[in-house]
Design a binder for this molecule. Structure first.
Ligand SMILES: *[C@@H]1O[C@H](CO)[C@@H](O)[C@H](O)[C@H]1NC(C)=O
Ligand SMILES: *[C@@H]1O[C@H](CO)[C@@H](O)[C@H](O)[C@H]1NC(C)=O
Ligand SMILES: *[C@@H]1O[C@H](CO)[C@@H](O)[C@H](O)[C@H]1NC(C)=O
Ligand SMILES: *[C@@H]1O[C@H](CO)[C@@H](O)[C@H](O)[C@H]1NC(C)=O
Length: 443
């Protein structure tokens, strides 16, 4: 089911990720299966049934309309920081009314479950923050569509990875589309409700933006294709076919993955089982998520290094951007309607980057350094889009219950599927693209 891809029934307890009582493990018990199936089924029904009466939303919409800041998408009013490159990875969210009201997500056709405004989310304060880098003299300029398109003129910008890669691609298309430069969708999956492979063209600058859904980056079967299956089989020796076949066409490749490695998986090298993660009853060795993740990141970057993938050289330089993990914020049971209902960022020092997120982030940074050394003098530039800290601080930026349209209209349900992983659009993920622009324009 498209609406549920990569939406894990986490009950995030960072301290004991693999012994979680509501993580059913290898063999889901029958009642849990039934509940899951029922949950997803009712989600589908909800999508089908509840998406028509828009009248009651009109007031909220028009209030928001007055506050939507359309200028911020094309005007950069913050000083550029003298062309120096900044460290954007540490900092804090500061109150900046209107700053993040960058576009109307209905107009850029985002996935319904991320269109929080349309879905009736009543609080809008989550759109009033901007990221202030900690480094002295560093500012993060507001997104500048003209500057972005100029920086990638004639190029193919590809987002490769899990649904966070897709979330960021959608944000970019909305940010660019809110400007004077029209775009058109030139490719999508056969089922319009599925957001696995998409491509948009920006003819004014000859730019294309694509999404390649490959949640493990490597070839994978099982749960990745069918959410009712208990685990994914991941073939660490083979990259996922579609993106790796088209890697040579990518001038900018933003690689964003990690979440799926934290859940039920069996890892293979060819036909040999290397080990498992969270499948104790399979009788295979638990090997955790770090080494499989590292293996796949390394292999993916190698595929993208010009000169090693074969035939890519003709297109000139390539920039590979490795995004670090954006943690989810399930604060209660995954199906509790208030599991991520916060209305503002965490305060300074209220939340640290730790646990699984810290480990995944570390692997990405280490592999980026190692790859930069391997490609030294080559035509590939490796960058890290380190968004872990800024994403960690934004428990308020997810759709939560507002992944459904008007979730509380029929009264407050006891249990429902929540999205505490992806970002509302507009929302904090737009900041990832503001940083991406700086990475692409600064040396
Ligand atoms: C967003 O755009 C849609 C379609 O054009 C429109 O119906 C809606 O009122 C807009 N919402 C806001 C908050 O501007
Ligand atoms: C709109 O965005 C611009 C650029 O970020 C900012 O300078 C201005 O203060 C914003 N206006 C409002 C009403 O928030
Ligand atoms: C997979 O098998 C090949 C050939 O047997 C071996 O060279 C390689 O190191 C193995 N990879 C892993 C991750 O174990
Ligand atoms: C794992 O081992 C136990 C004990 O030997 C056995 O009962 C069980 O069937 C095995 N499970 C699988 C999936 O092979």
């Amino acid at each position: 089911m498209g609406a549920c891809q990569a939406l894990h029934p986490h009950s995030q307890k960072p301290s004991s990720p693999s012994t979680n009582s509501s993580n059913p493990g290898y063999f889901l018990s029958k009642p849990v299966c039934a509940w899951l199936a029922c949950g997803f089924l009712s989600l589908a029904l909800l999508h089908l049934l509840c998406c028509s009466p828009a009248g009651t939303q009109q007031e909220v919409f028009s209030a928001l309309l007055q506050h939507f800041n359309t200028s911020s998408a094309s005007v950069s009013s913050v000083p550029e920081g003298g062309g120096q490159s900044c460290d954007y990875s540490e900092g804090q969210w500061v109150w900046a009314p209107g700053h993040a009201r960058r576009y109307n997500a209905t107009e850029c056709n985002v996935k319904d479950s991320e269109n929080c405004v349309r879905n009736g989310r009543p609080d809008t304060g989550y759109l009033d923050w901007r990221w202030q880098p900690a480094a002295a003299g560093c500012e993060l300029p507001a997104f500048d569509a003209a500057a972005f398109l100029a920086a990638v003129r004639g190029k193919h910008v590809a987002f490769v990875g899990d649904s966070m890669a897709r979330n960021q691609a959608e944000s970019l298309v909305c940010l660019l589309g809110a400007s004077a430069f029209p775009s058109r969708l030139v490719y999508r999956d056969a089922d319009p409700g599925v957001f696995q492979f998409r491509r948009w063209a920006f003819p004014s600058h000859g730019v294309t933006v694509s999404v390649y859904w490959a949640p493990f980056l490597a070839r994978a079967t099982g749960r990745v294709d069918d959410y009712h299956l208990p685990y994914s089989s991941v073939y660490l020796d083979t990259l996922a076919e579609r993106w790796s076949a088209e890697a040579d066409t990518m001038d900018v490749a933003v690689v964003s993955a990690g979440h799926w490695f934290l859940k039920w998986a069996m890892f293979y090298n060819g036909s040999e089982v290397l080990g498992v993660h969270m499948l104790p009853e399979s009788n295979h060795t638990e090997i955790g998520f770090v080494s499989p993740f590292r293996e796949v990141i390394r292999k993916s970057v190698d595929r993208l290094l010009i000169g090693s993938g074969g035939g890519g050289d003709a297109r000139g330089d390539r920039t590979v951007v490795l995004a670090t993990i954006s943690p989810s914020h399930f604060e209660k049971a995954w199906d509790d309607p208030t599991t991520c209902a916060r209305k503002g960022p965490y305060k300074d020092e209220e939340k640290e980057v730790d646990g699984e997120a810290a480990e995944l982030r570390r692997v990405v940074k280490e592999e980026a350094s190692a790859a930069a050394a391997r490609s030294d003098g080559g035509a590939t530039t490796i960058k890290v889009l380190d968004v872990t800290k800024l994403a960690t601080m934004r428990p308020d930026g997810h759709p939560g219950a507002y992944m459904h349209r008007d979730p509380f209209a029929p009264g407050k349900p006891e249990k429902m599927l929540n999205d505490c992983l992806h970002s509302c659009l507009p929302g904090p993920v737009d900041t990832f693209n503001e940083i991406l622009l700086q990475l692409l324009t600064k040396r």
